[in-house]
Design a protein around this ligand. Structure first.
Ligand code: ATP
Ligand code: MG
Length: 171
C-alpha cells in the first residue's frame, strides 16, 4: 500500500473534492492533501485562509470517520521547475499524484511520479469557481459542499466576506 498526493486550493472544499479523496483512499493507505496557494486569502479567487481551508478539510474527513490523511499548507514559490522539490520538502514521501491540472501533471511527470487524472464528478455544480459565484449571487451553494463546510463558512461569515470582496469603488 502506498501514500498518494492531491493538491488543490480548496476555495472552498466541496463535494467533488470529498468524493475524489474517498476514491483515492480505496487504493492507497493514506492521502497527503496539499493546500495550494496557502499564502492567499481575502481575494475573490482565494477568499479563505489556509487555516480555514485546513479546518474545512479536517472536520469533514473526521466527520466521515476518515483519519488516514495529512494536510500540508503549501505556499507558491513562483518557479515551476522548483515547485515539485518545494512540495517534497514539506510532505511525507508519496508515490502517486492525483490531479486534473495540466501544469501540476506535467511537473510531477517530469520528476517521474506516477500521475493520474481523476474523473470529474458533477463538475457543473461541484466547482470552486461556481460555488463562489453562487455565494456572491445569493444562489443555493449549501448543497454543493459538505455540511461541515457550511458550518465553518457560517461561523467565519464567509459569504459576507466574498460579497464584500466583490464590491467595487467605481461609480
Ligand atoms: P476552482 O474553480 O477555484 O479552481 P476547483 O473546483 O477546480 O476550484 P481546486 O481546489 O482547484 O477546485 O481542485 C483541486 C483538484 O480537485 C483539481 O485537480 C481539480 O481538478 C479537482 N476537482 C475539483 N472539482 C472536482 C470534481 N467535481 N470532480 C473531480 N475532481 C475535481
Ligand atoms: Mg481548479
Amino acid at each position: 500500500m502506498t501514500r498518494a498526493f492531491i493538491v488543490g486550493r480548496f476555495q472552498p472544499f466541496h463535494m467533488g473534492h470529498l468524493e475524489v479523496i474517498q476514491e483515492i483512499l480505496k487504493e492507497h493507505e493514506s492521502v497527503i492533501i496539499g493546500i495550494g496557494s496557502a499564502q492567499y486569502s481575502h481575494t475573490l479567487q482565494n477568499p479563505f485562509t489556509a487555516g480555514e481551508r485546513h479546518l474545512m478539510i479536517s472536520n469533514t474527513l473526521e466527520s466521515k470517520k476518515i483519519f488516514n490523511f495529512y494536510i500540508i499548507p503549501i505556499e507558491d514559490v513562483n518557479s515551476n521547475p522548483l515547485w515539485v522539490a518545494h512540495v517534497e520538502s514539506l510532505t511525507p514521501n508519496f508515490s502517486n499524484v492525483y490531479t486534473n491540472n495540466p501544469l501540476v501533471k506535467r511537473l510531477f511527470f517530469e520528476k517521474r511520479y506516477n500521475v493520474k487524472s481523476m474523473e470529474l464528478i458533477n463538475r457543473v455544480e461541484w466547482s470552486g469557481t461556481r460555488i463562489r459565484e453562487k455565494m456572491i449571487n445569493g444562489e443555493n451553494w449549501e448543497r454543493d459542499v459538505p455540511s461541515t463546510v457550511v458550518e465553518i463558512i457560517k461561523e467565519i461569515d464567509g459569504v459576507s466576506r466574498i460579497r464584500a470582496l466583490a464590491e467595487t469603488d467605481d461609480a
